[in-house]
Design a protein around this ligand. Structure first.
Ligand code: AMP
Length: 187
């Protein structure tokens, strides 16, 4: 993997662990020779992951819609910044540029972005790894929700296996690098 898209909160979260680990992920990406693709903002955990990469000497590509460049405060020191018209363009460009996807803890925006690329993997639109970095076990309820969806017959159990979930960023990157895509017949 040469480039990874990281989706994460525009907030900091209530525990310092979220910002610390977001920044730490940035450093680990650089240590593994991986560039960051992200939402281009300075706010919250988004800013922390970008700063982690930049301070470790790595490359950051930001993709931000014009309308959000002020409110989310577009990062001024990125290697590359793409200012796009719409949210849809933002997600499409991030998905195209990246070789894999990681969500850190975040809010509705983070989940929306991650679930889009995850469902595209389910539908065989791409073969890139989709991972959740389970900082502070933030995503345990998502795992529980998947179990519920499987029990109730709305998700095939094989799809849960497509989700790479780890508490440790190094372990997560190793799994993503070794990822062998397999198509599960949905229909
Ligand atoms: P949040 O997790 O809600 O703090 O949002 C994190 C990032 O996702 C922010 O940069 C939001 O602008 C972005 N975001 C929120 N909703 C969407 C959406 N529907 N499509 C694309 N990006 C979004």
């Amino acid at each position: 993997m040469k480039k990874v898209a990281v989706y994460c909160g525009s907030s900091k979260g209530n525990s310092p662990i979220y910002m610390e680990q977001a920044r730490r992920l940035g450093e680990i990406l650089v240590a593994n020779g991986i560039d960051l693709v992200y939402g281009g903002a300075t706010v919250g955990c988004m800013g922390a992951v970008a700063d982690g990469v930049l301070e470790a000497g790595g490359q950051v590509i930001g993709v931000i819609p014009k309308k959000l460049a002020d409110v989310e405060i577009a990062h001024q020191n990125l290697t590359e910044i793409h200012v796009v018209e719409t949210m849809h363009e933002r997600k499409a460009l991030m998905a195209e540029l990246a070789d894999g996807f990681i969500a850190l803890p975040g809010g509705s925006g983070t989940l929306e972005e991650w679930f889009e690329v995850f469902t595209w993997a389910q539908l065989d639109y791409h073969h890139k790894p989709c991972a959740l970095l389970n900082i502070n076990r933030y995503y345990d309820p998502i795992v529980a929700l998947f179990d519920h969806m499987i029990t109730e017959g709305f998700v095939k159990k094989e799809y849960k296996e497509l989700i790479m979930l780890e508490e440790n960023a190094d372990a997560l990157l190793t799994r993503m690098t070794d990822y062998q895509p397999r198509y599960i017949h949905k229909w």
